[in-house]
Design a protein around this ligand. Structure first.
Ligand code: ADP
Ligand code: MG
Length: 251
């Protein structure tokens, strides 16, 4: 079997005496979209920042493309990217100029072709001269996805990429993302506290709460396991409510 694209082993992160990540392990296979679901404060972003190497965990090992992020950083991160609704492209630059800034950072040799291609896929060509500040939340999220795909990543870390957006905007964003994910076989760790979004996008789901993995599986397996059902439709909403309450009551 081929090596996973991303391996997280026994990750632990404290902020002073507070344990934000408590011994988390999981892996992401090639071409997989893994949903990373959990309530606010569960530890999703902290996990992503550890994977990006932005914060140092106390304990744990993170491998990307079979290599340690501690040793082969610059090579690994040429093929990794990140997007979040909290991230902003340069505010006063046009969409085109913003993407050009990142293309230079990623040292793309075909920047203009790549930007045009992505603007086309994300249906934003007509907006290329619009300043980022004048784009709606949903369009900014799509611009962020264009930025995140510039370097043709093999691993994409999406931290609530569509947070606080209307369902129709999320739906559009997800469909466009899925199209390019399939074509380019990108592996995605997709973080959200929106069950519906994860149900739409992810083949496998990890549910975390208070820094621990409390359940994992396909959306349907999770539904059956957690809600103790024999059959039925995936229902991550009820799984979410069940797991969040169970954990809080035991505290
Ligand atoms: N820099 C920090 N200093 C102290 N506590 C932090 C810091 N970053 C995150 N936390 C805490 O760690 C927990 C997990 O946060 P986070 O990973 O942002 O959760 P999520 O992304 O799932 O909403 C929260 O209780 C948060 O307050
Ligand atoms: Mg977060």
């Amino acid at each position: 079997m081929s090596k996973p694209i991303l391996e997280v082993k026994n990750l632990r992160k404290n902020f002073d005496s507070f344990v934000a990540i408590d011994n988390i392990s999981f892996s992401l296979e090639e071409g997989e979209i893994l949903g990373f679901l959990g309530p606010n404060g569960a530890g999703k972003s902290t996990t992503i920042y550890c994977i990006l190497g932005l914060i140092d965990p106390e304990v744990g090992e993170i491998n990307i493309f079979g290599k340690s992020i501690k040793k082969d950083r610059s090579e690994i991160f040429k093929k990794v990217n990140y997007a979040s609704a909290e991230f902003n492209l340069p505010w006063n630059l046009s969409l085109w100029e913003s993407l050009l800034v990142y293309s230079r950072l990623y040292e793309l040799s075909d920047a203009k072709i790549r930007i045009s291609e992505l603007l086309e896929i994300f249906e934003m060509t007509h907006l290329k001269n619009t300043p980022i500040r004048d784009l709606s939340l949903g369009l900014r999220a799509r611009g962020n996805l264009c930025k995140a795909l510039l370097n043709r990543p093999k691993l994409l870390l999406l931290d609530e990429p569509m947070a606080s957006m209307d369902p129709d905007v999320v739906d559009k964003g997800i469909n466009l993302l899925r199209q390019i994910q399939k074509e380019d076989k990108i592996s995605i760790l997709y973080t959200s506290h929106n069950m519906w979004e994860i149900e739409e996008v992810a083949s496998n789901v990890i549910f975390i709460n208070h820094g621990q993995i409390v359940a994992s599986g396909t959306p349907l397996e999770l539904t059956q396991k957690v809600l103790k059902l024999e059959s039925g439709e995936p229902n991550l909403r009820d799984v979410f409510i069940h797991l969040s309450r169970a954990k809080n009551e035991s505290k």
